[in-house]
Design a protein around this ligand. Structure first.
Ligand code: DOR
Ligand code: ZN
Length: 349
C-alpha cells in the first residue's frame, strides 16, 4: 500500500477497550463507537459493576437499545472480577458466550475499582479455571500501592505481579490493557507469546506527560495509566510501526461529565470515541506504517480472542474532519478528545 494514498479501505475495525457507562451517558455516546467499530469490548466498571450473567445480559440489551435499530454493532461483555466472583457463574457465562473475558482491576487503581482485587492470590482459583476453559483475562496493569510513584506503577505491576501470574498460569490468555511504557512494550515483544497481548490507546500514541502541562494543567489529557515520558510514547509508536502482532486497538474511550473532570478531584478518562479511529490512522501515517493499519485495527484482536475477522469494510479519505466541541446531556456536557480540532482523515459515508 502506498503511503500517499488519499483513500484507504480496510476490514472494519473492532475496539477492544471501551467504556460506554449507562443511562443517559450510554444513550448519547454509544453511537460514536458503533459508527467506526463492528465490535467492542465493553468495560464492566459501572457505578455498580457487571459481576454476573444477568447483569451482563441486561446491560448488553441497554447498549443495543441505545442505538438505531439497523445498527449491526456487537457489544462484547466482560465480567468484573471481585473476591466474591463465583466459579460456576463465570464458567457458565463463558460457555454460554455471555462473557468473552473477565477483567482484573487492582483495588482502587482507577474509576469504580473499589470492588477490585487487593491481593491477586485471593483469586488464583478463578485464574486457574479461566486458564482451563481458555477464558481471556483483561488486566488494568498498575500496582495500586500509593507509595509507588504513579509513573512507575505499570512497570512495577509487570515485575511484581504479571510475571508471577504468567509463571503460575502459563496458558492463561492475558491482555495487558492500555500499555503506556517502554517496559510493557519490551515485555510483550520479548514474550512473543500467543498468551500475552497489549492494547494501545490513541492518546498514549499521540501525547506524553509534558502535553498535560502546556499552557496550564489540561484535565482532558488526564487518564489512567497516566501519560508517561516521551521515550515511552515513542516506544508505543515504534511497536505499532513494527507491525507487531501482539498489539491491537483498544481506545479506552472513557466519557465523564465536564463537571467531574473539572473539579477538586478530577476524574481520569478521555472520551475519544468520536475520533479514535481517525487518530490511529494519522499516527500510522506519521509513522509511515499504513501497511500495518489493518492488522492492528482489525486482525490482531480477533485472532488473539479467537474470533472471526469482520466481513464489512470501512473507507477513510484524506479530507479534514473537525472533531465536535462537546456533546450535551441534559444540563451536563461531555468534551471529547481533541475537541474542536481538525484531523487529516475522515470516514467515507
Ligand atoms: O482513564 C481511565 N478512565 N482509565 C481507566 O482505567 C478507567 C477509565 C474510566 O472508567 O473512567
Ligand atoms: Zn479503561
Amino acid at each position: 500500500m502506498s503511503e500517499y494514498l488519499k483513500k484507504i479501505t480496510i476490514i472494519k475495525p473492532d475496539d477492544w477497550h471501551v467504556h460506554l457507562r449507562d443511562n443517559e451517558i450510554l444513550k448519547k455516546v454509544s453511537q460514536y463507537t458503533a459508527k467506526f467499530y463492528k465490535r467492542a469490548i465493553i468495560m464492566p466498571n459501572l457505578n455498580k459493576p457487571i459481576t454476573n450473567c444477568l447483569e451482563a445480559i441486561t446491560y448488553r440489551h441497554e447498549i443495543l437499545n441505545s442505538m438505531e435499530s439497523n445498527n449491526k454493532f456487537d457489544p462484547l461483555m466482560i465480567c468484573y472480577l471481585t473476591n466474591e466472583t463465583s466459579l460456576e457463574e463465570l464458567n457458565l457465562g463463558f460457555i454460554k458466550k455471555i462473557f468473552v473475558g473477565a477483567k482484573l482491576y487492582p483495588y482502587s487503581c482507577t474509576t469504580n475499582s473499589k470492588k477490585g482485587i487487593k491481593n491477586v492470590k485471593n483469586i488464583y482459583h478463578i485464574l486457574e479455571m479461566m486458564e482451563k476453559i481458555k477464558m481471556p483475562l483483561l488486566i488494568h496493569g498498575e500496582e495500586n500501592d500509593t507509595s509507588i510513584d504513579i509513573y512507575d506503577r505499570e512497570a512495577k505491576f509487570i515485575e511484581n505481579t504479571l510475571e508471577i501470574l504468567r509463571k503460575k498460569f502459563p496458558e492463561l490468555k492475558i491482555i495487558l490493557e492500555h500499555v503506556t511504557t517502554q517496559d510493557a512494550v519490551s515485555y510483550i515483544e520479548e514474550a512473543n507469546s500467543p498468551y500475552l497481548a497489549g492494547t494501545i490507546t490513541p492518546h498514549h500514541l499521540m501525547f506524553n506527560r509534558n502535553n498535560m502541562f502546556i499552557n496550564g494543567i489540561q484535565p482532558y489529557l488526564y487518564c489512567l495509566p497516566i501519560l508517561k515520558r516521551k521515550k515511552h510514547q515513542m516506544a508505543l509508536r515504534k511497536a505499532i510501526a513494527n507491525g507487531s502482532k501482539n498489539f491491537f486497538l483498544g481506545s479506552d474511550t472513557a466519557p465523564h461529565f465536564h463537571r467531574n473532570k473539572i473539579n477538586f478531584f478530577g476524574y481520569a478518562g478521555i472520551f475519544n470515541a468520536p475520533c479514535s479511529f481517525l487518530c490511529y490512522v494519522s499516527v500510522f501515517e506519521e509513522m509511515k506504517a499504513l501497511k500495518y493499519l489493518q492488522s492492528f485495527c482489525s486482525e490482531n484482536g480477533p485472532k488473539f480472542y479467537n474470533m472471526p475477522i469482520n466481513k464489512d469494510t470501512i473507507t477513510i479519505v484524506k479530507k479534514p474532519y473537525k472533531v465536535m466541541k462537546k456533546i450535551k446531556i441534559g444540563d451536563n456536557i461531555i468534551v471529547p478528545f481533541l475537541s474542536g480540532k481538525k484531523l487529516d482523515w475522515s470516514i467515507e459515508i
